[in-house]
Ligand binder design. Structure first.
Ligand code: PMT
Length: 227
């Protein structure tokens, strides 16, 4: 069987998109499938960790051996993550909407016959990673975020490492088309791990291989003598 590399470690993981309502039947979302975050949750559980996966709306089954909390919005995701803490390790793979619609309508928005489309105002969502990264007491020993960028990947990822108080940022380029070969939605990922020690580039791998490799790297971080 697999080495129990994360035996006894508690891990909180976010995955998938969030849906931010416009009215009861419409929402704003993004193209995250949850494949990467769910693969990490499955790999961590297979390595013996106690895993809570907070998932936005995805069409994937719940990974075996993982406690899954299903949420819809960024605010619900933050609340569920807060409840799941404390943890030794936090891995924030969800594509959380940065903004939600201010004052979402209680009833379906109707065409009013004027020919003028509705105007939507946005308000900023809580940043779950920044909240955990900058936590004082109760901060997980290892806080891992992603950076999904379409330009200036490393510069933007480095800025996120600092601004959000993460220990590692897994930078991936999401400028390729979303389905098929795209990193967002597709089966493969190509990441660069940024930490305060530097940058490590991984080849393009199946998302499950990325997950296994990440689990091994996390285990080595906690017990470097076992490397
Ligand atoms: O789901 P898949 O189809 O498998 O695709 C995987 C992925 C591309 C979604 C994944 O690898 C990835 O990059 N996830 C992060 C997506 C994202 O929204 O990144 P970001 O650069 O906007 O955010 C940076 C970090 O802050 C992320 O760890 C994100 O989870 C976190 N964040 C962002 C905003 C917010 N309000 N709260 C957060 O916690």
């Amino acid at each position: 069987g697999k080495a129990r590399l994360l035996e006894g470690r508690r891990v909180v993981i976010t995955s998938g998109p969030t849906h931010e309502p416009i009215d009861p039947v419409r929402y704003i979302a993004n193209r995250s499938s949850g494949k990467q975050g769910h693969a990490i949750a499955a790999a961590a559980a297979a390595a013996g960790a106690d895993v809570v996966l907070v998932s936005g709306p995805v069409s994937l089954p719940d990974p075996a051996g993982v406690t899954v909390v299903h949420v819809e919005t960024a605010c619900q995701m933050q609340e569920a993550v807060d409840k799941a803490l404390p943890a030794d390790i936090a891995i924030l793979a969800a594509a959380v909407a940065d903004w939600r619609v201010k004052g979402a309508a209680a009833q379906k928005i109707k065409k009013d016959g004027s020919g003028r489309p509705p105007v939507m105002e946005f308000t900023e969502n809580p940043d779950i990673l920044a909240g955990i990264g900058h936590r004082g007491e109760g901060r997980p020993a290892l806080v891992i975020g992603f950076a999904a960028e379409t330009a200036d990947l490393l510069a933007n990822a480095k800025a996120k490492l600092e601004r959000k108080g993460a220990d590692w940022i897994l930078a991936n380029d999401v400028s390729t088309p979303a389905y098929g070969t795209g990193i967002m939605g597709g089966d493969a990922n190509e990441i660069q791990i940024l930490s305060r020690d530097g940058v490590e580039a991984w080849p393009r791998l199946d998302k499950r291989q990325v997950a296994d490799r990440l689990v091994a790297r996390i285990a080595a971080h906690f017990e470097p003598e076992d490397e």
